[in-house]
Design a protein around this ligand. Structure first.
Ligand code: ZN
Length: 50
């Protein structure tokens, strides 16, 4: 399966595997290392999404 290592847009950490923490914003899926990062993103996605 194609796996394009995502980067957590909040803490900039490269994720080694997909976690349950993800959000969709403007038709893109973002992955996070932790619930903490996901919540930060969900509060102000425009600050983190590119
Ligand atoms: Zn993170």
């Amino acid at each position: 399966m194609f796996w394009n290592k995502p980067t957590d847009p909040v803490c900039k950490m490269k994720l080694k595997k997909v976690t349950q923490f993800k959000s969709e914003f403007q038709n893109k899926t973002y992955h996070f290392c932790s619930l903490n990062c996901k919540q930060k993103f969900d509060k102000s996605p425009r600050e983190y999404a590119k």
